[in-house]
Design a protein around this ligand. Structure first.
Ligand code: XMP
Ligand code: MG
Length: 363
């Protein structure tokens, strides 16, 4: 938890004997509902990656579900990550073990020299295991850089980073964030686990901490986009975590308690291109895209009542069933499978879904 001098002053860690200053005002940066929505999206992505890939980007489980005796190890960094970690892990379906570590700075006075010491170490052995580091915020990057190096040094099979907040403008060392909640401005934030002099951790939202007498420096963030609702009560859903529609249609539409998704192919939302790796890679990506679309409407695969699958070659049927079965788990919605002469963008597989909305999750 090394902080620069300015950040240490703002964090209330400069002088432990002085009461932290009361904020003149708390500007809400990320409301609770937006946190919940994003946490669900992140959990969906993590679930898909570790379940479909068997964790760590392929490897010895060969796409089969993760065995119960060898679960993913989620490592939270005390104390700031605990609220985020608890909400995130409650939404995961892959088996997961939990452990914590805590860091401290070497020198007193809050000077950030990039030296981070482990104050509380892990209880679990991580050699040969898939580890997901869960952190509240990446600021200069020194803290997570040090922890990631340590976890790799101990022989973890794979190490990935999930960080709720990313202060990109403050970065001093490069840190790849595999699962990022929000990029934020270079301001000191509190709430949802983050503190100022040990206060405000229990705020249900993220707020900008403001010293008394200082003007509110930055304008409020624009409100998150809400799904559009038409006169007929239809709601049009969109998520950046799945490819944008490539024509005049929506990723999904809900009406009267039902959600209808458009067909998803194996396009990578980041590049807009088909993923490399043939049928299996495309099917995984199409399913992940659908998972994200479902999540954006507050549901998951267990809410699906009907699927339609289009394949260019019915010989891929067994491979499709294996991947589809992993995604659905025990759930068995109705399904039709059709061999199509050709699919958009030269895709090998396309899937669309009809799902039942959960109570309170849209129209
Ligand atoms: P570095 O700079 O090593 O810092 O990436 C990461 C750690 O510093 C703390 N930190 C903050 N805590 N509001 C906080 O309450 C902030 O805006 C903030 N920025 C950094 C945090 O403990 C994090 O783990
Ligand atoms: Mg922290």
């Amino acid at each position: 938890m090394q902080l620069g001098r300015e950040a240490a002053r703002r964090s209330g860690k400069e002088d432990r004997h002085r009461e932290p200053m009361e904020p003149a005002a708390m500007r809400v940066l990320i409301p609770a509902a937006e946190l919940a929505r994003r946490v669900a999206e992140l959990a969906g992505r993590i679930d898909a990656d570790y379940r479909l890939a068997g964790g760590g980007g392929g490897g010895r489980h060969g796409g089969r579900p993760r065995p119960q005796e060898d679960p993913l190890i989620a490592v939270g960094v005390l104390k700031g990550s605990v609220f985020f970690l608890a909400d995130l892990l409650r939404r995961l379906r892959v088996p997961v073990a939990v452990d914590f570590l805590q860091t401290a700075s070497y020198g007193a006075g809050g000077e950030h020299r990039g030296e981070v010491r482990i104050r509380k170490d892990l209880d679990l052995a991580i050699r040969g295991r898939d580890v997901l580091l869960i952190e509240d915020i990446v600021d200069t990057g020194f803290t997570v850089r040090t922890i990631l190096d340590l976890l790799r040094h101990r022989g973890a099979r794979s190490v990935r980073l999930c960080a709720l907040l990313d202060k990109t403008a403050a970065r001093q060392v490069e840190v790849p964030i595999d699962y990022r909640g929000f990029a934020i401005e270079n301001v000191f934030v509190v709430g949802y686990g983050l503190d100022h002099g040990e206060r405000y951790r229990n705020l249900p939202y993220i707020a900008v901490w403001q010293a008394e007498g200082e003007p509110l420096a930055t304008p409020a963030a624009p409100p998150p986009p809400t799904p559009e609702r038409s006169m007929s009560g239809m709601q049009f859903h969109h998520t950046d975590q799945a490819p944008a529609a490539i024509g005049p249609y929506s990723q999904a539409v809900s009406v009267d308690g039902w959600l209808y998704t458009s067909g998803q192919v194996g396009l990578d939302p980041a590049t807009g291109e088909l993923v490399a790796g043939g049928f299996e890679a495309q099917a995984r990506r199409a399913l992940e895209n659908l998972r994200q679309v479902l999540a954006s409407a507050g549901c998951g695969f267990s809410d699906v009542v009907k699927a339609t699958v289009y394949v260019v070659d019915l010989a891929d049927f067994p491979r499709l069933n294996a991947l589809y079965g992993e995604a659905m788990g025990e759930h068995r919605p109705a399904r039709s499978t059709v061999q199509a002469a050709a699919l958009p963008r030269g895709a090998l597989v396309e899937i669309d879904l009809v799902a039942r909305l959960r109570p309170g999750a849209g129209s």
